[in-house]
Unconditional design. Sequence first.
Length: 84
Amino acid sequence: MLAAIVGTYALAWGFGALGAVIGMRLGMAPAESTALFGLLALLTMPAVALWALAASNVGRVWAALALGTLVQIALAYLARGAGA
């Protein structure tokens, strides 16, 4: 249950951060990019939460959510660093 709530939120946060940076690099206004990818992240949250609740191996769920979040945050950091 905790993985479904906390892990899904973290994954959505990473997706929103990465998307916002990519959107700004593609010429979108910062507010538009953040809003667009934040809303897209909210669309993915129910599917990820249902997967986390249905999975039989909690360790694998935590690993997938943590790895996905860390990769997205690292990519956002690297993409932002070149233009910051």
